[in-house]
Design a protein around this ligand. Structure first.
Ligand code: IPE
Ligand code: IPE
Ligand code: MG
Length: 243
């Protein structure tokens, strides 16, 4: 019984990234509109953020809206924008109290100017918090991020011989953030969907068939426990073989 709050006696990943997928199917399976699934997914996110602070995760990156999600019906896209606005209005003060530092990865430009302003205010308000860095990937795409990095490298006049993996990392939206140790994808899809394709080169993956609104603290614990059993070899040999 006492187990629930004592996650992973093993290693806790420093950086967890989540593809929060399956909101639509969660809603449809209950006879609800897809947006109800997005609302439920957002409520769940709130719980998972708190769980991450309790478990000692330092960085959490969440995939909330991809550069490809603009292709969805207009009402769904608008609904998702409203949800982001609502979350900032309702949750910001609490998140700030919990020591969460909000950051954004992706492009803000295409969002409504008022929403952009809200996001920037939230980032400003929480910038000195240290307990959990929460990167919100909103209007984010991995290929778009790499294209932007190349453009900025060229604009800065960096010489070809000075381009290396560390430098490219510094030109990503995630500059200064360690690469994700663990990437979780809910709802069972076995694909990357343009998420952290540079940073995830050596991340461990955990895919569960559970839809995002149902991915609770216990499910997170399972993911962290699985992670703590992984043998990360980075192309080398297992520690047990080497020693
Ligand atoms: C993930 O849930 C949330 C977003 C992509 C915004 P989906 O909306 O993709 O849910 P499914 O995959 O259709 O069930
Ligand atoms: C990935 O989910 C994007 C987010 C979770 C925000 P999608 O539902 O958009 O991905 P695909 O279309 O199944 O690849
Ligand atoms: Mg989906």
């Amino acid at each position: 019984m006492a187990k629930k709050n004592t996650v992973s006696r093993g290693r806790i990943p420093t950086h967890v990234a989540i593809i929060m997928d399956g909101n639509g199917r969660w809603a449809i399976s209950r006879g609800l509109p897809r947006l109800a699934g997005h609302r439920a997914g957002t409520e769940n996110l709130r719980r998972i953020i708190t769980a991450c602070t309790e478990f000692g995760v330092k960085y959490l990156t969440i995939y909330a809206f991809s550069t490809e999600n603009w292709g969805r019906p207009r009402e769904e896209v608008e609904g998702l924008m409203h949800i982001l606005e609502d979350v900032i209005d309702k949750e910001l003060a609490e998140l700030n109290k919990e020591g969460v530092q909000l950051r954004h990865i992706g492009h803000l430009e295409r969002l409504d100017p008022k929403l952009q302003e809200k996001v920037l205010e939230a980032i400003e308000l929480t910038k000195n918090n240290k307990r959990l860095i929460l990167n919100v990937a909103f209007n984010y795409g991995g290929r778009d991020e790499i294209v932007c990095a190349i453009q900025r490298i060229l604009k800065d006049g960096i010489l070809p011989e000075d381009v290396n993996a560390d430098l490219v990392s510094q030109y990503m939206f995630t500059a200064g953030v360690p690469d994700p140790d663990l990437i979780i994808r809910t709802s069972g899809e076995l694909r990357v969907s343009n998420f952290l394709i540079w940073q995830g080169a050596y991340s461990e993956w955990y895919v569960t068939s559970v839809y995002w609104p149902d991915f609770d603290k216990e499910e997170l614990q399972k993911a962290l426990d699985t992670f703590s059993q992984r043998d990360r070899r980075y192309g080398g040999l297992s520690r047990t073989i080497k020693d």
